[in-house]
Design a protein around this ligand. Structure first.
Ligand SMILES: Cc1cc2nc3c(=O)[nH]c(=O)nc-3n(C[C@H](O)[C@H](O)[C@H](O)COP(=O)(O)OP(=O)(O)OC[C@H]3O[C@@H](n4cnc5c(N)ncnc54)[C@H](O)[C@@H]3O)c2cc1C
Ligand code: FES
Length: 266
């Protein structure tokens, strides 16, 4: 069942280009799962015509949270909204991450690049409740790209950060930090969300280590619920390539299912 509601912003935080909203929406919060997303109407005027897809960053106590980076017109209009104003939310949409009971007691890696950390906070909370031991890898270009580090640590998680310029944590790409850590630790599962190149690199590491994994893919989305075919992408289902709607069948897919775009184009 799709829920389409006007919802009120009850808290707003910002760090440079990044924003976090807490939004009152008991119906959506009560049904939300990590890895699912919302389609948000960013303006009551045209343009932009289309809603924008944003992950559920958290759902707790009758409210949902979103964490986003300004990327263009739509997200800039969203960022201009203030506490007390309302916006139209459609969701929760899509298929989220799989959290199995068998992960109880096991270490699992959650890898987020930049704004890709958004759904992993909600996921790490659920993993912790299940009894798994999530280790969060949080990568950015500079330390300014890691505004959620303390929030993640406050959950009592082990958090490893990396920056491309060495301004915080490990100096280099988050994939290199994960690769280095995999040399000494053997997690039971890896979850990731971030730029496609980062996830493709992680997929190669997982294949080499025989490590099961899930990745949250991005796509341009017109509707978010299967009506427009705007998000179709080649995915291997049961070993067979087929064209699936990312918004309905994903955005989360298993390691063996994804046909990486570079391989597709190259
Ligand atoms: C399932 C899903 C979950 C997402 N979750 C988050 C999140 O939690 N936080 C966050 O910061 N961002 C998230 N995004 C990305 C976010 O949707 C885009 O940054 C946003 O739609 C850009 O809109 P814009 O009008 O600001 O930028 P535009 O000016 O429209 O474009 C800027 C860039 O964003 C891309 N883009 C434009 N429209 C879309 C669209 N509908 N879907 C995807 N990419 C688009 C364009 O190709 C371009 O590269 C998510 C995307 C998807 C598909
Ligand atoms: S966004 Fe319309 S079908 Fe997926």
């Amino acid at each position: 069942m799709l829920i389409d509601r006007q919802a009120r912003i009850i808290e707003k935080k910002s760090w440079g280009n990044y924003y976090l909203f807490r939004i009152e929406s008991p119906e959506i919060a009560g049904r939300a799962e990590p890895g699912q997303f919302l389609m948000i109407k960013v303006s009551n005027h045209l343009p932009p015509l289309l809603r924008r897809p944003i992950s559920l960053h958290n759902a707790e106590n009758g409210a949902v949270e979103i964490f986003f980076q300004v990327a263009g017109t739509g997200t800039r209009l969203l960022a201009e909204k203030e506490v007390g104003s309302t916006m139209d939310l459609l969701g929760p949409l899509g298929r989220g991450f799989t959290v199995e009971q068998k992960l109880k007691g096991q270490e699992v890696f959650c890898v987020g690049g930049g704004r890709g950390i958004a759904p992993l906070y909600f996921l790490a909370r659920k993993l912790k409740k299940t009894g798994a031991k999530p280790v969060v890898f949080y990568g950015g270009r500079t330390k300014e790209d890691l505004p959620l580090t303390n929030k993640l640590k406050e959950l009592g998680l082990e958090v490893m950060v990396s920056t491309d310029d060495g301004s915080a944590g490990f100096s280099g790409l988050v994939t290199a930090l994960v690769g280095e850590t995999l040399a000494t630790r053997s997690p039971a599962f890896l979850y990731a969300c971030g730029p496609e190149a980062m996830m493709e690199n992680l997929a190669q590491l997982c294949q080499r280590k025989n490590l099961p994994a899930e990745f949250s893919l991005e796509s341009i989305m017109g509707c978010g619920f299967g009506a427009c075919f705007g998000c179709v992408r080649k995915i291997k289902r049961n070993g067979q390539p087929s064209y699936l709607k990312i918004c309905q069948e994903g955005p989360v897919f298993g390691l063996e299912e994804i046909v990486w775009q570079e391989k597709e184009n190259g």
